[in-house]
Design a protein around this ligand. Structure first.
Ligand code: ADP
Length: 618
């Protein structure tokens, strides 16, 4: 019997040493699981060695007496203490995995230390009680066993730990569905068996083989992430972050690079159009150039928008806005897009919509423009109808905007693909219609951001209807003026001669700005770097307005502006002029202290606004 027991113990030790070696030979993540397991392994090995020593002492002579008996009894107490300690550790482990699985809030380090201190004190008290209680050695047949209060008390503590484990498992049963509880449940079953066997065969020591078996199983079930893989993943994430940053930078640069020449193309074409000496046929071609330029600008803007949305950088900038003005802009814009196409444009806008709403007008407009533009693009003949209705309730106005057309329609199976980016339907049929397949993807994402919805109804070959519903707050006491102004008619009339300083390192851009200002009879002076601009102001030259490009070599626009601000008495309104149209540019420049922001290519309406605001003040 004893030989079997010793061989089982030997085997247990062997397995345990292999597992321990494997566990400690690899770098581990410092988490609760691995920390507790580490101690369990150490306690387990010590317990086996103690048991071996007990056998060695008891086996040497038939009857133990004196010092030998004393050492034997003391070692027996140490042995039960170690087993008890192992059970306390697995009890803590169980409570931890139960808490983690039921998604309880993780404890702060301070709370953890406090708890650990309590558990440690408890364990220490329990072990002291065991160590102080008496034990005796009982001879039975050929071998013997230890008994007495110390072993009985230790056994009671172990049973208490097991009950705590059962209690925790039952309490968190639903949450604990992972493989980590397999060794715990197995331990409980084996403990019942051990108790039964031990009751009839007290000389049989089964604790060590049982806990070793559990430790071996636990090695495979504990949270054991591979640190190497984690390091690799972290590296991969850093690289992806870098690549993403590079992409955003690239897009921002690309936008800048494309906008700069576009500024010249669109700017000069607009000026040519106003030239009376140009023949009518040439004017048609100029209009085509402008349209192509506008299209290109739209594509650049769409690509920038979708990348902003994907980087979660698109933000809703809500404010008060005049709904009528927005509706007018939509109508004018669509009429412009229809131009000479044989399309009737029907408009029906609910007159009772509250005049001032609160929301992101720019994005509401973008959504509507996208579906209106599609209606024009995908309809050869017939009509397009824009309908805007509303339902007002509790200070919220639900806008219901629908755009219906008699165009090519969409096949039923394709409706789901409509909002995928870069997805263009029936590409072969629509090859002549320009588009990137981004418009509706952006529309959908913008609506998601604003809490709106879009639905599509369509009959292939007959037409389509896009309906948007969107809630906007009603503003009862607006702080903005509600004039039914139409941007088209916004004429600029200056009271007296004005002088503008233009700062831009790009010669062609300087020329565009000069010529644009010239068309308003505004005089201008150009310099191609910041130092010259500062020099002019220092020399006492007076300007009514400064248009300042930002991206200039040596001294940027922002730096130049800050140096100007430092000059005594400098009060000239300064407008940041930039081809960089990535998110938050307006805010960035206003934060820097600029009076306003103008994007390139310079838009005529925006320029009108700037001139009216800053040069028409007296
Ligand atoms: P695109 O730049 O190609 O117009 P959108 O995302 O705006 O990209 O639209 C995606 C696709 O949905 C279009 O390529 C077109 O096939 C289809 N589509 C959108 N609006 C309409 C419409 N009013 N009538 C028919 N097809 C449409």
């Amino acid at each position: 019997m004893l030989t079997i027991q010793i061989s089982v113990l030997g085997m247990s030790l062997l397995y345990l040493l292999v597992i321990t070696f494997m566990f400690f030979s690899k770098k581990r993540v410092n988490n609760d699981d691995t920390n507790i397991y580490k101690y369990m392994l150490i306690v387990n090995i010590l317990a086996i060695f103690t048991e071996f020593s007990l056998y060695a002492i008891a086996d040497a002579v038939p009857v133990m007496e004196g010092t030998r008996l004393f050492i034997f009894l003391m070692l027996s107490k140490v042995f039960v203490c170690l087993i008890l300690l192992w059970f306390i550790l697995i009890m803590i482990y169980t409570t931890l995995i139960c808490d983690a699985a039921s998604k309880k809030k993780y404890l702060e380090t301070r709370q953890k230390t406090k708890l650990a201190y309590k558990v440690f004190t408890g364990a220490l008290i329990e072990m002291t009680i065991v160590l102080l209680s008496p034990v005796e050695f009982v001879y039975a047949d050929t071998s013997g066993y230890t008994t007495g209060p110390a072993t009985k008390i230790a056994f009671l503590f172990i049973i208490a730990a097991c009950f705590t484990i059962v209690f925790y498992l039952i309490k968190n049963w639903k949450a604990v569905h992972n493989k980590k509880i397999i060794p715990i449940v197995l331990l409980l079953i084996l403990m019942i068996a051990t108790t039964l066997i031990q009751a009839t065969n007290p000389q049989l020591l089964l604790f060590n083989p049982v806990i070793t078996l559990i430790a071996i199983i636990m090695f495979h079930t504990i949270e054991n992430p591979d640190t190497k893989i984690i390091e690799q993943l972290n590296m991969a994430r850093d690289q992806a972050d870098k690549a993403n940053k590079a992409k955003t930078e690239f897009l921002s640069n690309m936008s800048h690079e494309i906008r700069t020449p576009l500024n010249a193309i669109v700017g000069f074409s607009n000026l040519l159009l106003e030239n009376k000496d140009i023949p009518e046929e040439a004017k048609d071609e100029i209009k085509d150039i402008i349209m192509a330029g506008d299209n290109l600008l739209e594509i650049v803007n769409d690509i920038l928008d979708i990348s902003k949305i994907e980087a979660n950088k698109m933000e809703i900038e809500a404010g008060e806005y005049s709904f009528k003005k927005l509706a007018n802009e939509l109508v004018t814009l669509t009429k412009g897009r229809i131009a000479e196409k044989p399309l009737e444009f029907k408009v029906s806008i609910d007159e009772t919509i509250p005049p001032v709403l609160y929301g992101d007008a720019q994005k509401v407009k973008q959504v509507c423009v996208n579906i209106l533009t599609n209606a024009v693009k995908y309809t050869k003949e017939g009509w397009i109808e824009l309908k805007i209705n509303h339902v007002a309730k509790d200070g919220v106005c639900r806008l219901i905007i629908s755009v219906e057309d008699t165009g090519i329609g969409i096949k039923e199976g394709n409706i789901d693909r409509l909002f995928n980016k870069f997805d263009r339907l029936d590409v072969r049929d629509n090859i002549t219609i320009e588009g990137t397949g981004l418009g509706l993807a952006i529309t959908k994402k913008l609506l998601d951001l604003m809490g709106g919805k879009i639905v599509v109804q369509s009959v292939y070959g007959k037409g389509s209807k896009f309906t948007v519903s969107l809630d906007q707050k009603i503003v009862e006491n607006p702080t903005i003026k509600v004039e039914e102004e139409s941007i088209e008619d916004e004429k600029v009339q200056l009271s007296h001669e004005k002088m503008v300083l233009i700062v831009d390192d790009n010669k062609i851009n300087l020329k565009v700005a000069e010529r644009l200002l010239d068309s308003y009879d505004i005089k201008s002076v150009s310099v191609d770097n910041g130092h010259d601009a500062i020099e002019k102001i220092k020399n006492g030259e007076k300007f009514d307005l400064i248009l300042m490009d930002d991206m200039m070599p040596k001294l940027s626009g922002v730096e130049t502006f800050h140096m100007l601000q430092a000059l005594e008495g400098f009060k000239t309104p300064t407008i940041a002029l930039t081809a960089n149209a990535i998110t938050g540019m307006r805010e960035k420049y206003l934060d820097e202290g600029f009076s306003d922001y103008l994007a390139k290519p310079i838009n005529k309406e925006e320029l009108n606004r700037i001139i009216n605001t800053y040069l028409n003040k007296e």
